[in-house]
Design a protein. Structure first.
Length: 517
């Protein structure tokens, strides 16, 4: 298991006792060689302050392939240049010994950095799930970005080359096999948020292709050959809005990659007519804001003006990966539809601050750059999204044709907070932003509990019909799992710890359901 304070711990599965022969008495210190953040408060020099803990953490459990444990790590967004490294490492699963390291800023480092040095600071990191194909001997990394996120005028070449890219490494030695960019020069925080899915999909000739499927915050779904990184579903470069030259030192890609043989989900072009409100006044105010903000569609450049990002930095697709029914060629995904309003703040206008916030929304200093930043959800004055619902959907995609087979709104508004009024009593299937993915079984059922209301639902994988639902005591933010017990019954198990945006009913439930005896 991993911990948020950068430890890797080995336990005996039967008893829970520490495995004393692993690492140093059962623990490996994951902070070795990584260096914590020393905020660069000025444009030209690093402040002489103590390193700050908490800006480097493990956000996933360990991923095991063969005899190796492979780990990335989360680095705090948008605080400063010179943040901790995004180096990826592999440890021996029996002894805890470091087997290899992949430092994209310094490929000559293959294990620990030289004495007194660290892995390259501020490189793109891997905060989401890693996938491993043991048969091919390859590790697949969904890359984040070099921080800070919303200004790239001082990025290094390798930051742009590997930010928001899928990278394949050889499991044996950690050396790169291939990489594929999903965003060029990402200044929208469109890093890859979900574990890649490995699936054998129809090749159109009666056989199958070994595919890697990567969902993105952009709502794009990239399908590549996991041996070579070549697209199995066609990808084309399309023109995107050009720079106005407003932002000093910034540069922009003239085109971006689009996966044109797969559906784009949760990324519809916004118009004044698509503005929505809980009341007529609410809708009118949303229309006024939409007209006053800058918006040119996909990849509207960052600006000191308030600028709409759609999808927002939460997606599209986020933490939830895909589930796949290989018999039916159905891939199931959950999305969120929450545009954001983003703007850059010139350093002289940001004001003096030592505030170190680790929020993905709100003001962020971007120390060491000529601009700070602010980001908010695109909401009405009443705190309701300005776009027409649904705000989250469960979708099934036919991987043989690349078409959407069905869609269902992701849950109801039943347990949504209403300001100081408590939880909403409304049960309309409005579709709220999805918080986790599904598990799909060979029997033709798919289970989902990652909604903002408190339910586990069973979908018919073929039709999308909701066949059953069970009420939970709290919100669930993880995909369910399923297994066959020693009694021969099939179980579905989930955690229910409280929905992220709901202050009510925080909990620590683990709940199991089973087929009848």
């Amino acid at each position: 298991m991993t911990t948020t304070d950068m430890r890797l711990i080995s336990l005996k599965a039967e008893t829970g006792e520490i495995c004393e022969t692993f690492g140093d008495g059962g623990t490996v210190d994951l902070s070795v060689g990584m260096t914590q953040l020393v905020p660069q408060r000025d444009l030209d020099e690093t402040a002489e302050v103590a390193p700050l803990p908490g800006f480097l953490a493990q956000t996933t459990g360990p991923f095991i392939g063969g005899d190796k444990i492979v780990l990335g790590g989360w680095v705090a967004d948008n605080i400063s240049r010179g943040e901790p490294s995004g180096a990826v490492r592999a440890f021996n699963a029996l002894t805890g010994e470091l087997e290899w390291a992949w430092d994209l800023g310094n490929p000559s480092i293959t294990k620990l950095p030289p004495e007194g040095e660290s892995y390259t600071k501020g490189t793109p990191n891997v905060w989401s799930g890693i996938a491993i194909d043991e048969e091919l001997g390859m590790v697949y990394l969904p890359m984040g970005n070099a921080t800070p996120d919303y200004y790239g005028g001082q990025r290094r070449d390798f930051d742009d080359e590997y930010g928001a890219a899928i990278v394949a490494l050889n499991l044996e030695d950690g050396r790169e096999a291939w990489h594929f960019s999903t965003v060029h020069h990402d200044i929208w925080d469109y890093d890859l948020p979900a574990q890649p899915a490995l699936a054998d999909i129809p090749d159109g000739k009666g056989g199958t292709d070994k595919a890697i499927i990567q969902v993105t915050k952009r709502g794009q779904i990239f399908v590549l050959d996991r041996r070579t990184g070549e697209p199995l579903k066609k990808v084309v470069e399309k023109p995107v809005p050009a720079s106005t030259g407003e932002i000093a030192g910034e540069y922009y890609s003239e085109t971006q990659p689009y996966s044109v043989e797969m559906p784009t989900i949760a990324a519809d072009l916004l118009t004044e007519k698509s503005m929505w409100g809980a009341t007529p006044i609410d809708q009118m105010l949303c229309r006024i804001m939409f007209k006053s903000y800058r918006y040119e569609g996909d990849f509207t450049p960052q600006s000191t003006q308030k600028t709409i990002m759609n999808p927002g930095n939460g997606g599209g697709f986020n933490w939830a990966s895909v589930s796949y029914d290989q018999t039916r060629n159905r891939m199931l995904v959950v999305d969120m539809r929450m545009p954001t309003v983003s703007w850059l703040i010139p350093r002289e206008d940001y004001g003096q601050t030592d505030e170190l916030v680790m929020n993905s929304h709100g003001r962020s200093p971007q120390f060491g750059l000529p601009y700070g930043h602010d980001l908010r959800n695109f909401m009405s004055p009443l705190g309701v999204p300005c776009i027409t619902p649904p705000w989250g959907m469960v979708s099934a995609i036919d991987l043989a044709t690349g078409e959407i087979a069905w869609q269902q709104p992701a849950g109801t508004s039943e347990d949504t907070p209403l300001g100081t009024l408590g939880k909403s009593p409304l049960k309309a299937q409005i579709g709220m932003p999805g918080m986790a993915g599904l598990v799909t079984t060979k029997s033709g059922l798919s289970f989902h509990s990652g909604t903002q209301d408190y339910y586990l639902r069973a979908y018919d994988t073929e039709t999308g019909d909701i066949l059953w639902k069970g009420r939970l005591p709290s919100g669930s933010q993880a995909a369910p799992m399923t297994y066959i017990g020693k009694d021969g019954r099939q179980y579905v198990v989930l955690t229910a710890g409280g929905a992220r945006y709901n202050p009510f009913d925080q909990a620590d439930w683990i709940i199991a359901y089973a087929l009848p005896k």
